[in-house]
Design a protein around this ligand. Structure first.
Ligand code: PEP
Ligand code: MG
Length: 564
């Protein structure tokens, strides 16, 4: 039986499925409350036990990362927060049972956080629930969750961040969640622990029994239930190879990516939140080639303020420690929706009101983002990148707004980075054709193959029916890339790539031969790509031969020869 899900952390795993149910409802129904003094006392005991648990977790050598430690410390503070403790004690004193008093206080705090116009604080609601649940487990005598045995594949509707943080890395092989967004704390922690992770997985104990062996293929987004002995053998072998390769690559992750003939290619990270930087640095990424800032706007029901954006961009710039961080301006529209902008439904959204088109018609919003990016430029090397460019005026108008923003900041005596770079995504056929002209107006290009393929080949990137046509090895795309690199270098600017092609090891011989200066990808791909670059010569693959190919398969099979 096959179940599908969305891959968050790539990899393959085999192991015994363990379901995690935290059924508080059932326990609450059977709880017998005492008088007010007894309930207050029970709460005090629960508080002490919960606090000791957190202390133990923080003192243990479970290998908590910095961000996990930060979250756990925040939980400890919330648990002992005077207002929170008083609220629970008061509710218990007014006749509520201790568990109900905890639930009521958590609810009050959640409502309070919800009213604050700050996505970061709103996200803290989850921490409040997590802390409340920790108290509930103590009050209801629910044992703390523990992993049974080795090689566990954990399956749950959702997992609280503190439980995820306490999961032993050596025992858990994969995590399958029914809910969970990419920006939730739980998923951030799963990523930082390096668990093979999928979300959107609908799998319950009627489909597989607790302890049953399953296969997780979080490369293709597939889970095999009741696998055959043959399948298991095959996947176990893949897991072994994956572990050996990973250990080797991580040892070498911080080395530069220099070809055998001495050409260095920068390998940067694609990120969508400041939290992604921890792994980007650990995995040897040299700065950020694409910060998808849509994350702020999509996670919020109102436009994020300049200050909120500034704090996030500043954090990324600081964590990059002198390496360049390319911050892409809002790329909403197409398949990316956002409640805080009331955009009309469109027949053909990918060809509609998207990215720079929206920004140039909402100049206040655009300038707010530009100001936040410029201000972050004081804390590191920063670049502004414009998505979906099709016309020169989109670049010149943006540049005008950048200059206006600088004048404003100067007048307001707010420091900003004087030398913030301005570049564009080359992801439309118009920008490929106009590359020699556009190159004169910007500091860099970054090729976005995800959109370039869909617009060049007239293939919707999300449409499964025409998926067979979606291929960056199509000669039309290959020739476009060559044209863009040539135009950039003739104009004396650098050119990178931040679409999925940049992280594909098969594409590397071509990307080196064509002369790409930077490749940006999700952090987990970086060590492998860097190693591959170190094994190749920049001119090993003949650019001429590739450009002569007239079929996609011809390009692919020519490239395969280099990776044998
Ligand atoms: C791209 O189009 O290649 C790209 C990197 O941008 P996105 O996937 O965010 O559209
Ligand atoms: Mg794009």
């Amino acid at each position: 039986m096959l179940v599908r899900g969305n891959v968050v952390v790539e990899g393959v795993a085999t192991g015994k499925i363990q379901f995690l149910h935290m059924d508080y409802e059932e326990h609450l129904r059977t709880y017998t409350a005492g008088d007010t003094e007894t309930e207050k006392e029970k709460y005090q005991q629960a508080l002490e036990l919960a606090s000791k648990d957190l202390e133990r977790l923080l003192a243990s050598d479970e290998g908590l990362s910095e961000s996990e430690r930060g979250i756990m410390e925040a939980h400890q503070m919330l648990l002992e927060d005077v207002a929170f403790v008083e609220a629970i004690t008061e509710y218990a004193g007014s006749g509520m049972s201790a568990p109900k008093a905890v639930l009521q206080a958590v609810d009050d705090f959640k409502t309070m956080f919800d009213a604050i116009d700050d996505p970061y604080l709103r996200e803290r609601q989850n921490d409040m629930v997590d802390v409340g649940n920790r108290l509930l487990r103590k009050l209801l005598n629910i044992p703390e969750f523990s992993i049974e045995g080795e090689d566990v594949i954990l399956c749950a509707k959702d997992i609280e961040p503190s439980i995820m943080a306490g999961l032993p890395e050596k025992k858990v092989k994969a995590v399958l969640l029914e809910s969970g967004s990419k920006t939730s704390h739980t998923v951030i922690i799963a990523k930082s622990k390096g668990f093979v992770t999928m979300v959107g997985v609908e799998l319950n104990s009627e489909m597989a029994a607790q302890g049953e062996e399953i296969i997780v293929d979080a490369v293709k987004g597939e889970i095999f239930l009741q696998p055959s002995a043959e399948q298991l053998k095959d996947f176990r072998k893949q897991v072994e190879q994956q572990e050996e390769e990973h250990a080797y690559l991580m040892e070498r992750a911080q080395l530069p990516a220099c070809t055998r003939d001495g050409k260095e290619v920068l390998v940067a990270a694609n990120i969508s939140s400041p939290e992604d930087m921890e792994k980007a640095c650990e995995y040897g990424c040299q700065g950020v080639g694409l910060f998808r800032t849509e994350f702020f706007f999509m996670a919020s029901s109102r436009l994020p303020s300049e200050e909120e954006q500034f704090q996030a961009y500043k954090s990324v710039a600081e964590q990059a420690k002198g390496d360049l961080c390319v911050i892409r301006t809002l790329d909403i529209g197409g398949d990316k929706h956002c409640d805080c902008l009331q955009l009309e439904e469109e027949e053909n959204p990918f060809l509609g009101f998207r990215a720079i088109r929206i920004c140039l018609q909402s100049k206040d919003m655009f300038k707010t983002q530009i100001r936040a990016i410029l201000r972050a430029g004081v804390y590191g090397k920063v670049g502004i990148m414009i998505p979906m460019v099709t016309m020169l005026s989109e670049i010149t108008e943006t540049r005008k707004l950048i200059e206006e923003a600088k004048v404003e900041l100067q007048a307001e005596r707010i420091p900003y980075g004087e030398d913030v770079l301005v570049g564009i995504m080359v992801e439309t056929p118009a920008s490929v054709i106009m590359a020699p002209v556009f190159a004169k107006y910007v500091d860099f290009f970054s090729i976005g193959t995800n959109d370039l393929v869909q617009y060049t080949l007239a293939v919707d990137r999300g449409n499964q029916t025409v998926n067979y046509l979606y291929d960056y090895f199509n000669p039309a795309v290959v020739q476009s890339i060559h044209r863009v690199v040539t135009a950039a270098h003739e104009a004396g600017i650098w050119v990178g790539m931040c679409g999925e092609m940049a992280g594909d090891r098969l594409a590397l011989p071509f990307l080196l031969a064509v002369g790409m200066d930077e490749l940006s990808m999700s952090a987990s791909q970086a060590p492998g790509v860097k190693e591959q670059i170190r094994s190749l010569e920049s001119g090993q693959c003949s650019l001429e031969k590739i450009l002569q190919c007239s079929e996609t398969e011809e390009v692919r099979s020519y490239l395969k020869e280099f990776l044998k």
